[in-house]
Write a protein that binds this ligand. Structure first.
Ligand SMILES: Cc1ncc(C[n+]2csc(CCOP(=O)(O)OP(=O)(O)O)c2C)c(N)n1
Ligand SMILES: [Mg+2]
Length: 584
């Protein structure tokens, strides 16, 4: 195809290189300065574009998609505050190791700091939150410049999906004309097509081959000896995208006899492997109680993934004298109690696979049984209260009812904590996602809808009322991107989590400044965004409504009204019951 001007040629080269580097979907927000990028991606046969109007939501939509798929997801915005609205998603992507590529259009350099309209300083806009930043040159229709552009796009994609994965920012300046308007003589005839410039047609301009960090034989041998003990634990925190394969971790658990304490976002709490592996999911309820106080300490703990969601688990690990080995493929530090003794820079799947071939100790079965019995008692107590409406019960019902396979997104604040405590390990294949990098309550609706775009699974989002309010704009993507989702809205009229903090006893300002009851009637959001909307006020009604929603076409919101303070009391009561069952 002949390029009518250099901007069009530039945009097409970028789009072509994205597609050849494996990008399949680009999230675009409307604006003029980004026209060459938008038009090129929109017309490219191998790129799907999703149009999301609000850039803050767009950023989180791309984040959710990239989190679900592990695939680099580019974003395109115009210049000015549009680009700044990506910042919260960029921070989450950085902390959560999610591969994003920010393509922010800009005015040409001479207009910076000149009072020109919609021109702000976009240089290094996201600071250290990106893995790589580059201000691209202004479009030039010359072979060497185009080779440099193509190389940069390949590098950007590769860096975003590297170890650790994360966001990459390319600032892309353009002068007018921005549209594909023919400009006589602007593009030399021999450059007017964006064919592969001598490279194979369907390969990226620069093909990456990436190795993985791994230990040598001597290091593996030393570890094998250190891990051949009676009492050990595998603690799996939230997984880095695109998640972890259960098989090598299960094999490692089998070889060592160590139970797997699986965070709800670890990718190991749910799935077929739980049939054969000792996956423990109720620890948040009974760790740090009279029950576990009487147990012997573990001798060694192997920690995979990010820091666990559960505070009782983090405190328990901090209080043991165990050797604690943090495994991180990027060699980063993700253990904020600073009680870990070893950092192992290795790919966790590969390491578990290798060690499972070498270790034959099998561990102490009585140690394993302590954990499986405690988990069983926790589940029995939960079942005994299956008719009681409280926030944790909703998460238990969701996990027990959702279709196999499913993708489940949980908001920050209580939903992720309740999934941790009440989402019992099960054989259902559930991909669980949450924004635990920076734990914001912003952008959660969009994150979930981005994930829905990246999977054919049924998608459920469980979200609190403040987080829902925060990203109502995100709901528009359901229609515009033709998505289906079931949204479980736990409405306790404010931030229920704050009841757990000492500030609860300082009134004022507790209610007005912390809990912030708002009294918003969310039902009109159903009409506004074309969603079926139901309200329920019992566990039984919830189960019935949720089961109907997941098998119905279209998207629905099920609002459950709960009492935050009473829900905290129930969490405590169930914990006491679990401990009482096991402590003589
Ligand atoms: C962007 C952002 N702003 C503020 C906070 C602080 N914060 C943490 S939890 C919370 C309340 C959330 O309320 P809701 O979503 O209704 O969940 P609930 O606590 O009721 O379970 C707030 C304001 C945050 N984490 N992120
Ligand atoms: Mg709330």
């Amino acid at each position: 195809m002949t390029a009518p001007n250099r901007n069009t040629l530039w945009g097409r080269a970028i789009a072509a290189e994205l597609a050849r580097s494996g990008v399949s979907t680009v999230v675009i927000s409307p604006g003029s300065r980004s026209t060459p990028l938008t038009v090129a991606c929109d017309e490219h046969d191998d790129l799907e574009t999703v149009s999301v109007l609000d850039e803050r939501s767009a950023g989180f939509f791309a984040l959710g998609r990239a989190r679900r798929t592990g695939e680099v997801t580019p974003l395109i915005s115009t210049s000015g505050t549009a680009a700044a609205n990506y910042h919260p998603a960029v921070i989450e992507a950085s902390e959560g190791r999610v591969p994003l590529l920010l393509l922010t259009a800009d005015r040409p350099p001479e207009l910076r700091d000149s009072g020109a309209n919609q021109t702000v300083d976009q240089e290094k806009l996201y600071g250290d939150a990106v893995r790589w930043y580059k201000d691209l040159p202004e479009p030039v229709a010359a072979e060497r410049t185009l080779r440099s552009l193509r190389t940069d796009i390949c590098r950007a994609v590769r860096t975003a999906e590297g170890t650790p994965a994360g966001p990459v920012h390319l600032n892309v300046p353009f002068k007018k004309p921005l549209e594909p308007t023919p400009l006589e003589g602007d593009v030399p005839a021999d450059l007017s097509s964006v064919a592969a410039m001598g490279r194979e047609a369907d390969k990226p301009f620069v093909s990456p081959t990436t190795g993985h960090a791994q230990l040598d034989d001597q290091e593996l041998h030393t570890l094998t000896e250190e891990l051949s003990v009676d009492r050990g634990l595998i603690v799996a925190g939230p997984a880095d995208p695109p998640g972890i394969t259960a098989e090598p971790v299960t094999a490692f658990s089998h070889a060592t006899g160590f139970p797997i304490l699986a965070d709800p976002l670890s990718g190991l709490r749910f799935g077929g492997h739980t049939r054969v592996a000792p996956v423990i999911g109720g620890y948040d309820s009974y760790l740090g109680t009279a029950l576990t106080d009487s147990w012997p300490d573990p001798e060694v703990v192997v920690r995979l993934g990010a820091s666990p969601t559960s505070k009782p688990l983090r405190k328990y690990l901090a209080a043991t004298d165990a050797r604690q080995l943090v495994v991180d493929p990027a060699g980063a530090w993700r253990e904020a109690e600073f009680t870990a003794t070893d950092l192992i820079v290795a790919d966790p799947e590969r390491l578990c696979g290798q060690l499972s071939q070498l270790i034959r100790s099998g561990g102490d079965s009585a140690w394993r049984e302590r954990w499986t019995k405690a988990d069983a008692a926790h589940s029995e107590v939960l079942t005994a209260h299956s008719e009681r409406l409280f926030e944790g019960g909703i998460l238990a019902d969701v996990v027990a009812t959702l279709p196999d396979p499913s993708t489940l997104v949980v908001s920050n604040s209580m939903p992720v904590r309740d999934l941790d405590r009440f989402g019992a390990a099960s054989t259902t294949s559930i991909t669980t996602l949450g924004n635990r990098g920076a734990s914001g309550i912003d952008g959660v609706v969009s994150t979930a809808l981005g994930a829905a775009h990246g999977t054919t699974d049924h998608l459920t989002l469980v979200i609190g009322d403040l987080a829902y309010y925060h990203d109502l704009n995100g709901l528009l993507a359901i229609q515009r991107a033709d998505l289906e989702a079931t949204i479980v809205l736990i409405n306790n009229n404010g931030g229920g989590i704050f009841h757990q903090l000492p500030i609860e006893n300082f009134e004022p300002p507790f209610t007005r400044q912390f809990k912030t009851p708002h009294g918003i009637d969310f039902e009109p959001t159903g009409r506004l965004y074309g969603l079926a909307y139901r309200r329920v006020d019992t566990r039984e009604a919830f189960r019935e409504a949720y089961a109907a929603a997941v098998s119905a076409a279209g998207s629905q919101v099920i609002e459950v009204e709960t009492d935050a303070a009473a829900s905290h009391d129930t969490r405590d009561e169930l914990q006491r019951e679990t401990v009482d069952r096991l402590v003589e």
